[in-house]
Design a protein around this ligand. Structure first.
Ligand code: PMV
Length: 296
């Protein structure tokens, strides 16, 4: 048993939270992700960058996810080491990227790999939408709705700046907070979520047509709506403001918010944005978003 595999991270460019309530979201695969190597040996998974170890007989979610991947790929025993280029638990699809990398290191049948990633994601996220798995395996851009799944569309990849606020967040609690707001203030909150959905469709059109200034404006308006819905925090607002002052066309949280990562669209100004973030002590990188599988 020996092989290597790669799984991509993802960003939600627009539409998080509103997507839970039936609106569309726009997601793109990151050129960055997780790379795994498998060798013969006692079943074991190690991701040094995340300080993570797993064994298939363990009880932690990562142990059970590794066991599910071994079972779905039919790999039996294998010792797997993984290198991660994205932070863990920060909204960049780390669990799906890891599962895709490990499954591909163990198995060359992409149908089995997809089953393995889905099984692993169910262990981590209960009832996942599948958006992270689709991005980890296939890349590209997609417009996603809960009812309709992922519709991929063609658009030139864009370079995005990504900063990790370093603040830990709890996706479940943030999603529950939006639902509570919808119960307490139904008309205003529903209107905000619908407005986010409309922004997503404007953003999809802007991206397809390569109108990055419009996409940046839409990102800023989406961030303002997310703040109104209650899922931003001071670290996110500061990081977005630093990016805009350094020349970004738009900046927003990505994923659940409440901490985690921020993305900024800053063509030609990436180095200035990264420098501003790093000067503020944030871990940051620039990466292509929207690569198709096999095009890296
Ligand atoms: O932070 P992440 O990658 O778990 O993204 C959460 C995205 C939400 O829209 C807030 C929840 C969801 O299930 O879509």
């Amino acid at each position: 048993m020996s092989g290597s595999g790669f799984g991509r991270g993802k960003v939600i460019l627009l539409g998080e939270h509103a997507v839970v309530h039936g609106e569309p979201a726009l997601a793109g695969a990151l050129a960055r992700g997780v790379r795994a190597e498998a060798a013969a040996g006692a079943a074991h998974l190690r991701v040094a960058a995340w300080g993570l170890e797993a064994r298939p007989d363990g009880a932690a979610p990562v142990d059970r996810a590794f066991a599910a991947i071994l079972a779905a790929t039919g790999a039996g025993e294998a010792a797997v080491t993984a290198d991660a280029e994205i932070p863990v638990g920060a909204g960049l699809g780390s669990s799906a990227a890891l599962a895709a990398a490990v499954a591909r290191a163990l198995c060359s049948d992409e149908a089995r790999v997809a089953d393995a990633v889905a099984a692993s994601e169910r262990i981590f996220h209960g009832n996942p939408s599948g958006i992270d798995a689709a991005m980890a395996l296939g890349g590209g851009f997609g417009r996603f709705t809960r009812g309709g799944g992922l519709e991929r569309f063609a658009a030139a990849p864009v370079r995005l700046c990504v900063a990790n606020t370093g603040r830990r967040r709890d996706t479940g609690a943030l999603v529950a907070g939006v639902s509570a707001r919808l119960r307490d203030r139904p008309a205003a909150t529903a209107a905000l979520l619908r407005a986010i959905g409309a922004l997503v469709d404007q953003g999809v059109t802007a991206l397809r047509e390569g109108r990055l200034t419009s996409l940046g404006e839409v990102m800023d308006r989406n961030q303002a709506a997310l703040a109104e819905v209650g899922v931003s925090c001071s670290e996110i607002e500061t990081a977005c403001e630093l990016a805009r002052r350094a020349g970004a066309l738009g900046a927003k949280l990505t994923g659940a918010g409440g901490g985690g990562c921020v993305v900024a669209l800053a063509p030609g100004r990436e180095e200035a944005v990264l420098a501003a973030w790093r000067a503020a002590g944030l871990e940051a990188f620039a990466a292509e978003v929207g690569f198709q599988h096999g095009s890296q």
